[in-house]
Design a protein around this ligand. Structure first.
Ligand SMILES: [Zn+2]
Length: 69
């Protein structure tokens, strides 16, 4: 929690320090290593994966269809 004082410089420093602490408390994505800031994450085989990485794993099935079809 940020406590506002009459010193705007100190307030700003404290505000950013608080935000950094919040980021550090967030779970990290096991694929990209970034803190997961969305409301939910994906857990796949014990790994935490953010939505962006999960979307990157999504492919059209036709890409994997055999050519002979
Ligand atoms: Zn990720």
């Amino acid at each position: 929690m940020t406590i506002w004082t009459d010193d705007p410089v100190r307030d700003a420093e404290r505000y950013f320090a608080d935000q950094e602490e919040e980021l550090e408390a967030l779970p990290e994505c096991d694929m990209c290593g970034h803190p997961i800031q969305s409301v939910y994450l994906y857990e796949v085989f014990g790994q935490c994966i953010c939505e962006d990485c999960m979307n990157g794993c999504r492919w059209d099935v036709t890409e994997y269809m055999e050519d002979s079809l």
